[in-house]
Design a protein around this ligand. Structure first.
Ligand code: AMP
Length: 428
């Protein structure tokens, strides 16, 4: 496309400290969140005639960490298509050549709030179990593609008021070092499993721990293991769950084991003490049963030794969760990941710049030719999901056709209110 024509397609506006330069089809930009990679805005897409979310990645190739994450996210978002993983609608850069290349804009389905805002709400068993079911479905789908997340947290999970839920990111690359003896970068570690904190080998149920921590927080209304740094994170775990057995300690490498053995010994608390009845709605026999099922699930997910922790498939079969079981959601065919060396890649800044630019161009080519994941581009790759199967808040209350819970009623739009009043300040 010639330079002038391309220039005319974009316009710029200031959002906080940043300038967004976006295609003119996206109007009415408003900041809705920010993460490690930059600011996220909501916008109206005049082509798709729907609201979308736009994330700006500023110079994503500037260092190894940013570049690997941005590249991995682009590649995986293009491949994965599941109702509980955020869907990609568009990718573009306003710059015209590789030499000028600076920023990438990722356009996604727009959701109402992240899970940090939902944690503040009083959830009944129906909503709680439905949200957990969807987290497990999304994670199972990633596992089926060989992606183990390892860094699931409430700020990277988004929901709509119809109680649908999507995971926003793909977690840590297999090669990412995370252990106790690492430099303490400022990142949220509250939800990281013991095997990640302690730098041990891990398997897929590493993500069950994080879902357990998130469930606990939804029940308690506060973070379960609020470690002040990466070392304190371990203290918080053992203070509540107790010092793990000798059998577990033998699996640690020598220097980590020495550290762990030198901590004071804790007996820990029973799950009845950690999650007493008062934390759950217990006004009916049904609710009492559900509370004990919820506690049972927590006690099977929050197990320090991964070899004794429940698996994702077992969690999906647990009585608290399996009421929602739908094989089309749980057993959806796994996505094929095109780049087999995704996690192993090590490149210079210039090489990353080249690779990321190529990914953006590849998307532009594919959409130009009208095909994304075998669908016509005009429909958008991810238009598939929830809205078709899960009636919106208003339609469900009118038609009453849904057996799925919602997060807000017509009169109670607490989710939208939460995201509007605190666009950038939620948990990280
Ligand atoms: P991220 O940069 O992906 O970590 O996102 C930062 C924050 O922006 C999240 O915690 C959400 O609050 C918000 N956000 C990101 N993507 C979306 C989306 N597709 N829909 C709604 N909110 C989003």
């Amino acid at each position: 496309m010639n330079r002038n024509k391309r220039e005319k397609e974009f316009y710029s506006l200031d959002v906080g400290d940043s300038t967004f330069t976006v295609l003119k089809r996206y109007q009415n930009l408003r900041p809705i969140g920010s993460g490690a990679q930059g600011i996220v805005c909501s916008a109206y897409d005049h082509n798709l005639e729907r609201n979308v979310a736009i994330k700006k990645l500023s110079r994503p190739f500037q260092n190894q960490t940013h570049a690997k994450r941005a590249y991995r996210e682009l590649v995986l978002m293009k491949c994965v298509n599941h109702k509980n993983i955020i869907g990609l609608l568009n990718v573009f850069t306003p710059q015209k050549t590789l030499e000028e290349f600076q920023d990438v804009y990722i356009v996604m389905e727009l959701m109402d709030a992240n899970l940090c805002q939902v944690i503040q709400m009083e959830l009944d068993h129906e909503r709680l179990s439905y949200l957990l079911y969807q987290m497990l479905c999304g994670i199972k789908h990633l596992h089926a593609a060989g992606i183990i997340h390892r860094d699931l947290k409430p700020s990277n999970i988004v929901v709509k008021s119809d109680c649908t839920l999507k995971i926003l990111d793909f977690g840590l690359a297999r090669t990412a070092a995370t252990g106790l003896l690492m430099t303490p970068y400022v990142v949220t570690r509250y939800y990281r499993a013991p095997e990640v904190i302690l730098g041990m080998g891990y398997q897929a149920n590493v993500d069950v721990w994080s879902i357990g921590c998130i469930m606990a927080e939804m029940v308690r209304g506060s973070v379960l293991f609020p470690g002040t740094d990466h070392i304190d994170q371990w203290n918080k775990v053992i203070e509540q769950l107790g010092t793990p057995s000798q059998e577990f300690l033998m699996k640690l490498n020598q220097s980590v084991r020495t550290y762990v053995e030198n901590r004071p010994r804790y007996a820990g608390f029973t799950f009845e003490k950690l999650f007493p009845d008062v934390l759950f709605p217990a006004d009916s026999e049904h609710n009492k049963l559900k509370a004990s099922q919820a506690r049972d699930l927590l006690s099977k997910m929050l197990v320090i030794d991964a070899s004794k922790r429940i698996s994702v498939s077992e969690a999906l079969q647990h009585p608290y969760i399996n009421v929602w079981y739908d094989p089309t959601e749980v057993e959806a065919p796994p996505p094929l990941i095109t780049d087999k060396q995704l996690d192993e890649r090590e490149h210079t800044v210039e090489e990353w710049k080249d690779l990321i630019y190529m990914e953006v161009q590849d998307w532009e080519e594919r959409t130009k030719n009208g095909v994304i994941r075998g669908q016509p581009a005009s429909l958008g790759a991810a238009v598939s999901s929830s809205s078709q199967q899960y009636p919106s808040v208003s339609s469900s209350s009118v038609n009453d056709v849904s057996t799925n819970p919602t997060l807000a009623s017509d009169t109670d739009s607490s989710l939208e209110t939460a995201s509007n009043t605190d666009p950038l300040g939620c948990c990280r």
